[in-house]
Design a protein around this ligand. Sequence first.
Ligand SMILES: [Zn+2]
Length: 261
Amino acid sequence: MGNSGPNLTDSRAHPSSAKNSSWKIEVLLAGSWRGATCTLLSRGHHHIIVDTGMPHEAHRLLNALEKRGIHPNDVRMVINTHFHVDHVLNNCLFPQSEIYGSQQSHDWCCEAYSDLLDEQNWVKLGLKYYPESADYERTSELMHALRRFALRWWDRKRLGDPSRFRWIETHPVPDDLEFLVTNGHVPGHVSVIVHKGSSPTIIAGDAVLTREHDENVFTMIPHNRKQFQLDRERILSMLGHILPGHDDAFSNSGGEPHTSS
Ligand SMILES: [Zn+2]
């Protein structure tokens, strides 16, 4: 995992993209103010899902796969941009898959959720993860919402069998994929860059919540607001196709960005 950013000059000249056929990229669940984008990458019979959504979306996710003739056991790899509940709770639907993500975001999110379940000390413990929350107007509302999420949804078992985790800190990534560390949302958050010919697709995860109106998304404040802004700007400066964590895809062609279907 490189800490340096992707270099677009490199990506244009990516050697393996010329040799192999490129990834087909399809949105399985469209991101919205209340749900995360789930994306399918396919190359022949090799299928990868990036982020898996919430339990109540399982049916829609499986339907979207079935429509494409893909059985859950055909999915051999899941990538989690981070381990917030709206991105990971259907990992368990893909028992044959290896699960890629950063150990840093996994540990951070798991510890945060379990601390938020602490009856006595959850407010104090929550501040450990979101030390900047006092700077926000709706701090208490946000922290209560986060605790409600933890109480209602957090279920370690839905993350998949721990033996299937492949931490990107130590495991190489498949050809033509690159992980870009975007720490602002949560520590260890990664965006996925799919190198595809001359124009990469950047699966931003929550480093770019929406194209324009992040304030409309019902998710937690950034762990580090300044870093979050830097991550967002860095991704928005890349030429290519951008898939936000909670919005429709759009393309960045260098001029005014235009929405694509
Ligand atoms: Zn998130």
